[in-house]
Design a protein around this ligand. Structure first.
Ligand code: ADP
Ligand code: GN1
Ligand code: MG
Length: 369
């Protein structure tokens, strides 16, 4: 039994779900937290579901800061959505407080658990089955950024320091190579060469930020397709979820992380990288939808750097998967050996494809702006 299952019953006790508990099972495909869906039966009323999550202590050292950000952001979004005539119960997450009134519960081992009402009538996709669905996620992430435009950024904690600091990610990879704690470095020579050849690229976005060319905004920072819920009936992206990393950041990174995951012709962990291709058509579709969702908020410099966002988020994610592989797979959940290595390799294949299609990536943005 994993650690999360061991402490699940304590967590279930800590929340009042407003009905009889029917059961709780593992749920979803997130790489970070331990997620369960809880079924309850409130009297004669229909069954009600909740999401119960053990927050990853490998990723988040200060769960109280994570929850402070999430409570603040979801309340703010709820107000905006209501004012615009939307449905805050479906269009934003909301925190379901613990019995003691707090936004999370700490189990006897010290892990933090939090709960959200399950947003019904939605699907969460692991792959974009159609370009329209990928566009729906782009619109939702663009809109999310626009909705948070006026949010007081200085009240947000940095939940993972240096999260999208690609230079720091490279530094950490080098430290993992130096330590070689699992004896895996000898397996990854070509991957390390690939990354080291691109060392100068790692600072491109950060340098543009330091020069004042790119603005700091309130961003999501983890804009995978499976971090948006799509309305089952309309096919529209209605709710952005996984708000653990909402922090000041770069718009181009939110754009880029979606491209990294969604404009891949195959799975993120495909073991045969010859089957992995960057899909320029999907990139174009996403770009149009993201810009529409952002409602003209992006500056000319941000538009010009969008291709860099895509390439850097992909390179950085490959660096992170590779680092975790070398360190023994402690950060990202894995289901099989070498999965993080396959994930790293797919990212590097995508980077290579992007480099080959760089001019077309730039031209696509030019055409759309
Ligand atoms: P992780 O950080 O591990 O990726 P997420 O917060 O993304 O965790 O949650 C994992 C999965 O749980 C999501 O991809 C989605 O399928 C599901 N999920 C999370 N919150 C909700 C919610 N409020 N309603 C419905 N499904 C949800
Ligand atoms: C993680 O939490 P999840 O599965 O949505 C990770 C992202 C990576 C992604 C790679 C907090 O996203 O940064 O890009 O895996 N989240 C965190 O699939 O590290
Ligand atoms: Mg997630």
């Amino acid at each position: 039994m994993s650690r999360a299952e061991q402490y699940l019953s304590e967590a279930l006790e800590a929340f009042d779900f407003g009905g009889e508990l029917v059961g709780a099972v593992r749920y979803g495909h997130g790489h970070i937290n331990d997620t369960f869906v809880v079924h309850t039966q409130p009297g004669e009323d229909p069954c009600r579901r909740f999401i119960l999550q053990r927050i990853s202590s490998a990723a988040f050292k200060h769960p109280e800061q994570v929850m402070s950000n999430i409570v603040g952001v979801t309340r703010y979004l709820g107000g905006k959505i209501a004012a615009a005539g939307g449905d805050p119960e479906r269009e934003t997450m909301s925190v379901w407080a613990a019995r003691d009134g707090g936004s999370y519960f700490t189990d006897s081992e010290g892990s933090a658990w939090r709960c959200y009402p399950f947003i019904e009538g939605t699907v969460c996709l692991q792959r974009a089955d159609t370009p329209e669905l990928f566009a729906a996620s782009g619109y939702a992430f663009g809109r999310f950024q626009r909705q948070l435009d006026g949010y007081p950024a200085d009240t947000l904690y940095e939940t993972i320091p240096h999260f999208h600091d690609t230079v720091d990610r490279l530094r950490k990879l080098k430290a993992a190579v130096e330590a070689d704690s699992e004896g895996r470095v000898s397996e990854v020579g070509p991957e390390l060469d690939f990354v080291y050849k691109r060392e100068a690229d790692c600072s491109v976005a950060l340098d543009a930020l330091a020069r004042g060319e790119l603005p700091l905004r309130v961003t999501h920072n983890d804009t995978k397709l499976n971090n948006v819920l799509i309305d089952r009936e309309s096919g529209r992206g209605i709710c952005v979820i996984d708000l653990d990393t909402v922090m000041p950041g770069l718009a181009i990174n939110d754009f880029g992380d979606s491209i990294r995951f969604g404009a891949n012709s195959n799975e993120e962990d495909e073991p045969d990288q010859s089957k992995v291709h960057f899909d320029l058509g999907l990139y174009e579709v996403y770009t149009a939808a993201f810009l529409e969702g952002a409602g003209g908020a992006l500056t000319d410099a941000e538009l010009a750097y969008l291709p860099w966002g895509a390439k850097l988020m992909t390179l950085e994610c490959g660096i992170r998967f590779l680092t975790d592989y070398l360190e023994g797979d402690h950060y990202f959940h894995t289901q099989r050996p070498r999965q993080n290595l396959d994930r790293a390799r797919t990212q590097f294949k995508l980077v290579q494809d992007m480099e080959e299609q760089w001019d077309a990536m730039r031209a696509a943005v030019e055409k759309l702006k």
